[in-house]
Design a protein around this ligand. Structure first.
Ligand SMILES: *Cc1c(COP(=O)(O)O)cnc(C)c1O
Length: 392
């Protein structure tokens, strides 16, 4: 069958779910502002507290920590900053390697570079799209040795210090097995949970695994603060350090400026925190809607000859941030033609990211030799419109 008729079929199934009368273009993931957004944002303007101080930041930190089942949250300007601040604060820097899936959004790898460290690219598991624990274990047993208590990459001489699992589309990676692997090799775990707010693993919150977890509230995420992020942790001392470093490392004082180390201006502004508080209030409704939308897509793609609706096992309480379909034949060229056809019909769909090892700045990064599953996934998976309001 030719590309055109395959994507005609896909278009028909998408339209069956979202309704033909849905205003075009239908974006991949648009914000849904259905609560106290106007009220809270207006309040910050009325009170003249829109910037780096104000009550919504503290409130949001408390609310999101509670919602995620962790002891502490530190609100920051975006998810990339959340990852960078985590790495920096945990002492991961020059000459250190951080294990990260090649199949991720570029910010995961960029944050590692921002910290002065080196991304070490690993293979994904087609069941979860997150990193494959067994393949990684094999890889580490072959390419590393222990030297003075450090896990040394025999090929580069660098220390492999940390691991950054990514929960792709909100699907929890095998976080308990990743945690066990990290303990076996003495690695610090920093979760890139930027897509996973509202997800659970085996019925429970998983943000407490490892040192910390980063969230993002960018405009296309499940909730948005315009731009924003947060770092979640159960470690009291780490939370304190993170707050300090993300707020210019200033010692609290009524008027004196004394900074005890090089810090960052990563604080979430109060006007964004106001939006974030209003959005977080609606999470139960968003999760309900997104579960409905996912069910509808699953039904609509039953009997689709040229691919499947991407589903996960039931242990993974997925937030269904982005719905995806996987085409039977990996073929980037016809996928791009198909996506153009969908765009011409007012449907924004998009391919998975170009894997990190295919980007110019990461093409020479240390990596697992075989990244063929990552490549196959990147050439066969597309995301389809997933905004919460499409469930109506
Ligand atoms: C969104 C996202 C980020 C970065 O978040 P920003 O808020 O855009 O900086 C990092 N990693 C992944 C996997 C993401 O999807």
């Amino acid at each position: 069958m030719d590309t055109r008729s395959i994507y005609q079929d896909i278009l028909g199934r998408i339209e069956k779910v979202i309704g033909k009368e849905q205003p075009r273009p239908v974006l991949l993931h648009a914000p849904y502002m259905n609560g106290n957004e106007q009220k809270y944002v207006a309040q910050t303007i009325q009170e003249n507290w829109v910037s780096s101080a104000g009550a919504f930041v503290t409130r949001f930190e408390q609310d999101i920590a509670r919602f995620c089942g962790v002891n502490h949250a530190v609100a920051v300007v975006n998810g990339t900053a959340a990852l960078h601040a985590s790495l920096y604060t945990l002492g991961i820097g020059r000459g250190d390697e951080v294990l990260v899936p090649s199949l991720t959004f570029v910010a995961s790898a960029n944050a590692i570079i921002h910290a002065g460290a080196i991304p070490h690219l690993v293979e994904c598991d087609p069941r979860t799209l997150g990193l494959d624990v067994d393949l990684l274990d094999d890889h580490l047993s072959q390419v590393t040795k222990i030297e003075d208590g450090r896990l040394v990459n025999k090929n580069t001489g660098n220390t492999i210090k940390a691991i950054m699992p990514v929960h792709i589309f909100g699907v929890p990676a095998d976080i308990d097995r990743i945690d066990a692997l990290a303990q076996k090799y003495g690695l610090i775990v920093i979760q890139d949970a930027t897509e996973a707010l509202g997800s659970t693993y085996k019925g429970q919150s998983f943000f407490g695994y490892g040192a910390c977890a980063a969230l993002s509230f960018n405009g296309n995420k499940i909730i948005t603060s315009g731009g924003g992020g947060a770092i979640l942790t159960n470690d009291d001392a780490l939370a304190k350090k993170l707050k300090h470093i993300t707020t210019t490392s200033k010692q609290p004082h009524a008027f004196a400026f004394f900074h005890d180390e090089v810090g960052y201006n990563y604080r979430m502004p109060n006007i964004n925190a106001a939006l974030a508080c209003a959005q977080l209030e609606q999470m139960p409704d968003f999760l309900r809607r997104k579960a409905i939308l996912s069910q509808k897509y699953k039904q609509a793609f039953a009997g689709f000859e040229h691919g499947t609706y991407v589903e996960y096992d039931t242990d993974r309480g997925c937030n269904h941030w982005l719905n995806a379909i996987k085409l039977n034949k990996p073929d980037k060229e016809s996928m791009f033609k198909g996506l153009e056809f969908l765009a011409n019909n007012g449907i924004q769909a998009r391919p998975l990211w170009t894997p990190m090892h295919r980007l110019p700045m990461y093409k020479n990064a240390p990596r697992m030799e075989d990244l063929s599953i990552t490549e196959a996934m990147a050439e066969s998976i597309i995301n389809i419109p997933s905004s919460a309001f499409l469930a109506d």
